[in-house]
Design a protein around this ligand. Sequence first.
Ligand SMILES: Cc1ncc(COP(=O)(O)O)c(C=O)c1O
Length: 499
Amino acid sequence: MAESRVNSAEILGSDLHLELTRAGSRRTALTSALREAIRGGRLAPGTRLPPYRSLAADLGIARNTVADAYAELVAEGWLTARQGSGTRVAPRIAPPPPQRGGGRERGGPRAAAAPGTRRRRAAPAPRPTHHLLQGQPDASAFPRTAWLASARRALTAAPNEAFGPGDPHGRPELRRALADYLARARGVRTDPDRIVVCSGFAHALRLLSGTKVLRPALAVESYGLAFHRSLLSAAGVRTVPLPLDAHGARTEELASHPGLRPVRAALLTPAHQFPTGGPLHPERRAAAVDWARTSGGLVLEDDYDGEFRYDRQPVGAVQGLDPDRVLYLGSASKSLSPALRLGWMVLPDHLVDALLAAKGEREGWASALDQLTLADFIESGGYDRHVRRMRLRYRRRRDALVATLAERAPHIRVSGIAAGLHAVLELPPGTEQSAVQAASWQGLALDGLAGYRHPDATTPRWEGLVVGYATPPEHAFPAALDALCRALPPEQPPPKTGG
Ligand SMILES: Cc1ncc(COP(=O)(O)O)c(C=O)c1O
C-alpha cells in the first residue's frame, strides 16, 4: 500500500526544479526557494504548483512540510489556494516588497500600529488598489442632489442673523430637527436645549477632555479606535481598558474591578461594539447605567453607526434609559460623510453649560450653513431616505461578503455582521499579521484587530481582519472582495495521521 501511494505521488503532479540550499529547516529552505522562483519570474503568475504530496515525494521531504510551506506562502500572498483549482502563483497586483539588506527573506512585518494614525504614513507598502479599510461610508453615494436641494432651501430661508457669528450651542433649526429625529429613530430622550452641535465625535471627545467629566480617568473598551485613545491621552485623559467579550464590554466590572476604581466615566459603543461588532448585552446596558447612578459617574455613548442595523430591530440608545447619566454622542460621519464634520452631543442638563464654555464664545467649528442644510435634510425626509437606501446597499454587500467567504474560505468565521459598515474575519492565532501583509501585496488596504487593542488590555487577544465593506464604490466592491479572498490564510492542513 505504502509503495503504491509513493508511486502515485511520483507520477501525479508536475516537475518543479527547486534547490533547497538555504540553511535551516526544510520548510524554511522550501519557502525560500519558492519565493525566489516567483520573485525571479521563473514561476509566472497563475502557474499551478504540484500537489504537495507529489512535490514532497520529488524532494524527499514530508508532506506536511510542503503543506506548511504552501500555507505560509498563501498567507503572505505569493500563492493562492482555491478548492478545485489547486495552489497557484498569485497574480501580482503589486510588486513584492523590496528586500532589506543582510539577505533577509521577508520584509519586516507590518507594525501593528494604530489604525487611523499610521496607514497613510506607512513606508514601503505599495499604493493600494482596493480599499476595505473601515471608517468610511461609500463616498460615491453621497446624496449630492438631495443635499444641494436642502442647501438651496436652507440658504433661501435662513434669517440674516445666521450669517453672523455663530452660537456655540448650534443652530436652533438643527437642534430641533435632531431632537425629533433622535427620539424617533434612536430612542433618545432630549429637548433641543440639551443638544450641543460639534464637528464630529472626535471634537466632542476633545471638548469633554477640557471639562472635569473625564477625570481622573476614563474607562474605554479594550478594543477601540486608537486615534481616539491618542486624542484623549494628548489631552491628559488617562484611559483604563474595560474587559470585553462576545456580549460587549463587561460593564459590571465598572463597580467591582479594582483597576477601574478611579474611573468616573465610561466610553461605550453599545449599538455595535467598535470594532468587534456585537451589541452590548441588555444586562450590561443596565449595569452601565446602574454604575453611573450609584457612583455619580457618566456613560458616554458613542452611537457612530446606530442607524445601520440589518438583521434585527434597531438597538435603541442607552441614553433612553437615563438621560441624566448617559451622554449621547452622534455624528454624520457614517450616515453621510466624514467630510461634513458635523456631530452632536445630547447632554445631561447639568453639563450643558460646561460644554458650552468648553466651546467658547462663538461657534468656531461647525458651519452654520451646513447645520441649516442638515436640518432641512432631516426635516424634508432626505436623511431617512438616504439612510434607508444605504442600509439596503450595505446589507447587500454584507451578504455578498458572507456568501463569498462561505464559498471561497469556509474555514473563516465572520462576526459583527448584524450591523454597521464593517465586519470582522476571525483568524487563527498567529496569522493576522501575515494576512494583513498578504492583503497589502494583493493591493488591498485593510486593518487587523491588533492596532485597535488598548495597550494595557488584559482581555484575551483576538486575531482578525476588520473589513470595511462600505468603503469602496459599488463597481469596485467585487474586485476588493476577490483580493480579500486571495489574501486569507488557507485552512490549516489536518494533522498527519501516520502511514
Ligand atoms: C468608533 C467611532 N466612533 C465615532 C466615529 C465618528 O467620528 P467623527 O464624528 O469624529 O468622524 C467613528 C468614525 O466614523 C468611529 O469609528
